[in-house]
Ligand binder design. Structure first.
Ligand code: SF4
Length: 52
């Protein structure tokens, strides 16, 4: 799998994670929110996440 050095990520439970290194392998990701008024980083989500 080719890592995307522009997208660091530590979510090894995601099918797109490089596993050996803490990077995503997608060319791009979508970041979103589950809140109506996001105010902290905990309000943000990687919408490209897919459970492994
Ligand atoms: S899709 Fe999102 S959660 Fe999955 S490895 Fe890439 S950045 Fe991480």
């Amino acid at each position: 799998m080719k890592i995307n050095e522009s997208i660091q990520c530590s979510i090894k439970n995601c099918v797109h994670h490089a596993q050996d290194e803490n990077y995503c392998t997608l060319n791009k990701i979508k970041v979103g929110t589950h809140e109506s008024n996001p105010t902290t980083k905990e309000c943000t989500d990687c919408d490209s996440f897919v459970i492994k």
